[in-house]
Unconditional design. Structure first.
Length: 360
């Protein structure tokens, strides 16, 4: 076990450097949120932005100026919620990607690899095209996408355990099969619905957006993501064993079968809530774990916290760019992340010094 971790040490894997990096990223995240809240299409003086925040948090300042009106609403109900949501979504996607890569022992794994994206797409398509789930209220598209993602994850685990215990290969095959089925049903519904507006709605939702951030949703998803991140940090030893494989793990006295199923269910819950709040945002869970492995190595005790912080910082600044890159318009965050993530992934593929799971 120690030999495996040592073989894949990163540039800052030594404890003092790792602690410095972690503290630096935490400070960077706090600074990013505090600075990003001042940026937007509507120009607001810096003093007024923080005047609203201090008034809400500490009851400091004039209520007539900072406690109500357009200034208050823009800062507290539009900018700040979406930045906090960006932190939660970035943390969740990065950690889910890290865990998925360990579960299936595949460097190409991301949070959506086991058919979750196709399940979410099918749920959203059923909602928009056929009106299924409208009783959930105004955000029924997000609810159906969340349910679709979660149910597909459950089915993947169930199918992978048919005829014997699941392993990484069976999980991948089950995910690919269910992904194809969901994609086929989505295409079938779109083909016969003949609804151009509905198709545009589904497409825009699949591109991802943080514009629908609400405090009542954040008060649920943020604690949930934080608890799940702490849970996976506590499971770092098991995640390290998953990179070694089932055979080696059994010889070391640990059966990974139950752990793998539990981790899949936990990540499915995380992804379900992320999909509900932000739609589909790709590449974060694929790129961030690879970048962090270069920095701190393969030890998940270090890998997960740094991935969470870096993923949060990436989403915060991606959201800022989405709001300002096109004047008087907003670019879907999924498009921007893909434009950034794809070149980064290509670079990592051709980088000869990078390895995964103990191999260069």
């Amino acid at each position: 076990m120690k030999k495996f971790i040592k073989a894949e040490n990163g540039f800052v894997s030594k404890t003092p450097l790792y602690v410095t990096l972690t503290i630096g990223l935490l400070i960077g995240l706090i600074f990013s949120v505090l600075y990003a809240v001042t940026i937007g299409s509507t120009k607001i003086p810096l003093s007024d932005v923080y005047g609203v925040i201090f008034h809400k948090l500490l009851s400091i300042g004039d209520y007539e100026i900072y406690g109500k009106g357009p200034l208050h609403d823009i800062v507290f109900y539009i900018r700040l919620p979406r930045l906090i949501l960006a932190v939660a979504v970035g943390m969740g996607l990065a950690v889910c990607g890290t865990v998925m890569q360990a579960i299936v022992k595949n460097p190409l794994a991301d949070p959506y690899i086991l058919g979750v994206s196709s399940g979410a797409s099918l749920g959203a398509t059923l909602a928009v095209m056929l009106g299924i789930g409208s009783f959930f209220g105004s955000n029924f598209v997000g609810v159906m996408g969340c349910l679709g993602a979660f149910l597909i994850s459950i089915l993947v685990v169930f199918i992978a355990n048919i005829g014997g215990r699941s392993n990484s290969v069976k999980l991948l095959l089950a995910g690919m099969a269910l992904s194809s089925v969901c994609s086929a049903f989505s295409s079938f519904i779109v083909y016969f619905a003949h609804d151009k507006n509905g198709m545009m709605t589904v497409s825009y939702w699949l591109m991802g957006s943080l514009a629908g951030a609400k405090w009542e949703n954040i008060l649920v998803i943020f604690p949930l993501i934080l608890v799940c991140v702490i849970f996976f940090i506590s499971q770092s030893r098991i995640l390290n064993l998953m990179l070694l494989g089932d055979e080696v793990s059994v010889t070391l006295g640990t059966d990974l079968h139950i752990y793998r199923n539990v981790y899949l269910l936990v990540t499915s819950i995380m992804i379900g809530f992320i999909v509900y709040n932000s739609g589909m945002i790709g590449f974060v869970g694929l790129i961030i774990p690879h970048i962090v492995r270069i920095l701190v190595g393969n030890d998940h005790k270090k890998l997960i916290p740094v991935s969470a912080l870096l993923g949060a910082i990436l989403l915060v600044w991606a959201d800022v760019l989405c709001r300002v890159i096109i004047p008087k318009n907003e670019l879907p965050i999924g498009i921007l992340i893909s434009m950034i993530g794809a070149p980064c992934f290509i670079y990592l593929m051709i980088k000869k010094t990078y390895g995964f799971g103990g191999k260069q």
